[in-house]
Ligand binder design. Structure first.
Ligand code: NDP
Ligand code: OXD
Length: 303
């Protein structure tokens, strides 16, 4: 079973070493492929233009946690997203950092500091604020545990509303009730047909006045014009964004100089090359042994 890797030069160096240690076959780059019918797995961010030449393809593996950048695949080809504990821990760290920054008014204090202004606002204890997490999957759950440990009240929203220890959970239909009690809203949703544009006028209007937004899902979740409106009329107090649409956000975009907004360039997490290779090996072995594929994406749900 040969895997074709289409990715960064760093992965191109590390994956062949990990595969050699495991005794598995790998080719790096399409130029290395002489017989496309020998390829049974492709790991990539963007897939090859013509997948039909890979007649024996069994799985496409996204080298990231998300899969929204990938086109619909022909029937019979499974899609796996990378499951990497290191990436999940990085996401948790970024969410905790951004939530604490929002809670402690850091966007405002950073803007004041740039102007040499010493002006103290009031300080609230973590226990006075409720963090609401949109998307209680692998990353949302991990972040929730740390936020709870810091003393925040934490509630979660997911498609199913399935129980998560110690967290007040809300299902898809209960979005309005969920939002009504949220002081800091954290978006960790996958981008799907149902979640595109969810962070817009209607949703912002259902949050308590002065709520704060922390967003590390995907740029496509956020209506940036609606965010500007919500900040201008005081419905939202601040926003910390790791993802935008487009990426990179153009240098002339007004958000860069908006004192209520802090932006990081999609760096909340990155998949460690070795961890990514280990996930790919786990997929290859599961397919070979007829076991469930790690990180399998449910076609009908889109995540
Ligand atoms: P998971 O698939 O583990 O979890 C997704 C969660 O979203 C689940 O709780 C799911 O509900 C919920 N969900 C999906 N659709 C809906 C919907 N329509 N309504 C309500 N809830 C919904 O994903 P991860 O936690 O691993 O990752 C989440 C996202 O984080 C990724 O898809 C990606 O967009 C983003 N990400 C960003 C990174 C960055 O660097 N900024 C890095 C890595 C990921 P249920 O539990 O019921 O299935
Ligand atoms: C991912 C990402 O999905 O980097 O892994 O956003």
């Amino acid at each position: 079973m040969t895997l074709l890797l289409l990715s960064t030069p760093e992965r191109g160096k590390i994956w062949p070493r990990v595969f050699a240690e495991a005794g598995e076959d790998i080719l790096v780059g399409e130029q290395a492929v002489h017989d496309p019918s020998a390829i049974e797995h492709i790991a990539c961010w963007y897939p090859p233009k013509d997948l039909s030449v890979y007649t024996q393809l069994k799985t496409l593996i996204s080298v990231g946690a998300g899969v929204d950048h990938l086109p619909a695949l022909p029937e019979g080809i499974a899609l796996s997203r990378t499951i990497a504990p290191g990436l999940e821990a990085m996401m948790r760290d970024w969410v905790v950092m951004a939530t604490l920054m929002s809670h402690r008014d850091m966007p405002m204090y950073i803007a004041q500091a740039r102007q040499g202004v010493w002006k103290a606002g009031s300080v609230a204890a973590t226990g006075k604020r409720t963090v609401g997490i949109l998307g209680m999957g692998r990353i949302g759950r991990l972040a929730a545990v740390s936020l709870l440990a810091l003393g925040f009240r934490v509630r979660g929203w997911s498609l199913s509303g399935a129980t998560v220890d110690d967290i007040e959970m809300f299902a898809a239909d209960d979005l309005d009730v969920f939002l009504a009690g949220v002081d800091i809203l954290v978006c960790l949703l996958p981008l799907t047909e149902r979640t595109r544009g969810i962070l817009g006028d209607a949703l912002f209007g259902k949050l308590p006045r002065g709520a704060r937004l922390v967003h590390a899902g995907r740029g496509g979740h956020l209506d940036m014009t609606a965010l500007a409106r919500a900040l201008d009329d005081g419905q939202l107090a601040s926003a910390i964004l790791d993802v935008t649409e487009p990426e990179p956000l153009p240098a002339e975009h007004p958000f860069w100089n908006d004192p209520r907004i802090v932006i990081t360039p999609h760096v909340a997490a990155q998949t460690d090359a070795r961890e990514g290779a280990m996930h790919a090996l786990a997929v290859i072995r599961a397919v070979r042994e007829g076991r469930p594929i790690p990180g399998l994406v449910a076609r009908e749900r889109g995540y």
